[in-house]
Ligand binder design. Structure first.
Ligand code: SF4
Length: 554
């Protein structure tokens, strides 16, 4: 018999039988232990699509069932957005329905960050017709719209799916977008092209009811780039390109990374996987998560908690013995990347002799008209392929050498420079209070003004630096792994008034020496004082650093 929630939270019970009350299906605990689990048990989130198309789109917002509105809609990339004008101080005290606007955020998944110019043009058109021009690039390579009406969803899906795009499981307790190296298949320094694995995992997993009820979201990444360009350290599962001394190029398997509360760097299983077996291992790991993952408390449900409790040896043993039915080969760890930037900004020669051109919107903010112009520009200069990066940047591929100069000039004319300052290159921001119901403070606008201000104050600053801005304690913009991470909250100004501000985390990083920033106790800055603070820190760094010392080592 399943434990009751009361039993599950009893301290003695947790000491003697830690997992009995965690709602793990593999242990026979199928009774939902919280409202989210109940909603998922009542009906698969994937099924809401039919109701949207046959009922809600015709009868309007008011007709939407509550469990669909705040639960299952996510399985199709839809979240209600924040009602305009509600300040951050109300976020925690209002009921969800008081925060809900009648418009939606819609996330389009872009697996591997791969887009054709035809797809980009459709994304731009939808933005202009149905989303008031909005179209942000997220730090998971997706495109995110705002101001979407439920009435328009059937037409939006018709257009997206007509060019091979989808919103399936872009949110929800599902296998989310599969991150991929944005220069997969073209970069001259590539260890292995992970594109076939991204496609095969997508074919097997996305929209498959076998994996549409996971304990929580499941984030994944596959990259064969030596610059480690998909933030693999903080994904639930990641495949990182390595050269095996005997077996050749393949992937090193990582599990259990994730940020938000209780951040964890993923751990290596010590296993090497060839390209054609990536999807098998992916399915094994996502099945472990489905079957053994904790379903009692939402904030203990990500796979990182299971991995932390089991350790990598047990996790690998269960994967091999119960799910794969074979042993995996031992393999090496990836080499440390030679450089700090992982965004592919700038002009780079491809392995076929043409060039890829990476450029930097400000904090991922573009719009439908700009995306359409980017598609036009790419095609005018001989390209039909565009990529998005996990740093909220974009890349145009396949540019002949003689077209590079004209393309970079025309991008610059759209304020999409290929030679950004360190501040523009390294600053990212989450959605924030403009649209996010969980937000406490503004982020996108503040990120953009911080970039401008720092470019003015420190024009010669050339060090790679990351400044990540979140609107709340969640970590959509990866604050814990930034040089300067800013967690939005209300703080007191000099007069004792509650104002928007940030808790500061310093010295986090990914790549060369991954680790979390130090939460500087008591160090909170007001939004108005942010530029002064960042300037002070960076001037001190410039003065005090030793030769070659990075910010995270300082
Ligand atoms: Fe919203 Fe918070 Fe995520 Fe920002 S970090 S997008 S405010 S949930």
């Amino acid at each position: 018999m399943a434990d009751t929630p009361e039993q599950a939270t009893a301290p003695t019970r947790r000491r003697t039988g830690r997992h009995r009350g965690e709602g793990q299906w593999a242990k026979g605990h199928f009774t939902p232990l919280n409202a989210n689990e109940q909603t998922k048990k009542d009906d698969d989130g994937l099924n809401v699509r039919t109701r949207i198309e046959t009922i809600y789109a015709h009868r309007g917002f008011a007709s939407i069932d509550g469990a669909d509105l705040r639960g299952r809609m996510r399985w199709w990339g839809l979240y209600t957005q924040r009602r305009p004008g509600i300040d951050g101080g109300k976020t925690a005290v209002l009921e969800p329905e008081e925060l809900d606007d009648e418009y939606f955020m819609l996330r389009v998944r872009v697996d591997g960050g791969r887009l054709t110019t035809e797809q980009l043009r459709v994304i731009g058109e939808i933005s202009q017709e149905f989303a008031r021009g909005t179209a942000d690039i997220t730090d998971r390579q997706n495109i995110q719209y705002h101001w979407i009406r439920i009435e328009d969803m059937p037409e939006i899906w018709r257009r997206l799916e007509g060019v091979g795009l989808s919103t399936t499981e872009a949110c929800g307790d599902t296998p989310r977008v599969i991150l991929g190296s944005p220069v997969a298949g073209i970069a001259a320094d590539e260890i292995i092209d992970g594109t076939p694995a991204v496609d095969e995992v997508h074919r097997r997993v996305v929209g498959n009811p076998a994996y549409s009820n996971l304990p929580r979201k499941f984030k994944s990444a596959i990259s064969g780039s030596p610059v480690l360009d998909v933030a693999h350290e903080i994904n639930d599962i990641a495949f990182v390109g390595v050269h095996h001394p005997e077996l050749g190029p393949g992937f090193d398997v990582w599990v259990g990374g994730g940020l938000s509360t209780n951040p964890k760097i993923g751990v290596r299983l010590g296993a090497w996987t060839p390209l054609e077996e990536v999807a098998d291992v992916f399915e094994g790991v996502v099945s472990i998560f489905r079957d053994y993952g904790y379903r009692r408390l939402r904030n203990r449900a990500r796979i990182k908690f299971l991995v932390a409790d089991w350790g990598p040896e047990k996790f690998r043993r269960v994967l091999e013995d119960e799910y794969l039915g074979r042993k995996l080969a031992d393999g090496p760890a990836p080499d440390a990347p030679v450089e700090r930037w992982r965004d592919h900004v700038g002009v780079h020669r491809q392995k076929d002799g043409r060039f890829y051109v990476g450029f930097a919107p400000r904090v991922g903010r573009v719009d439908g008209a700009t995306l359409t112009k980017i598609a036009d520009l790419a095609e005018a200069h001989g390209s039909a392929r565009v990529r998005t990066t996990v740093e909220q940047k974009m890349i145009i591929l396949d540019v002949p050498e003689e077209q590079v100069r004209a393309l970079t000039d025309e991008l610059a004319a759209l304020d999409l420079t290929t030679r950004p300052s360190s501040f523009r290159r390294g600053t990212m921001a989450c959605t924030g209070i403009e649209f996010c119901k969980l937000a406490i403070v503004e982020t996108k606008g503040r990120g953009q003004s911080l970039i401008e201000e720092m470019e003015r104050r420190l024009p010669g600053f050339a060090e790679p630096i990351t400044i990540n801005i979140n609107g709340c304690p969640n970590s959509c913009a990866r604050i814990q792994v930034a040089d300067i991470g800013l967690k939005g909250q209300l703080v007191l100004d000099d007069e004792g008034n509650q104002v928007e501000g940030y808790q500061v985390h310093l010295g986090g990083s990914l790549g060369l020496d991954p680790g979390f920033g130090r939460k500087v106790r008591g160090l909170k800055v007001t939004a108005d004082g942010l530029a002064d603070y960042v300037e002070r820190v960076l001037r001190a760094f410039e003065e005090q650093r030793t030769e070659g010392e990075r910010f995270s080592q300082w």
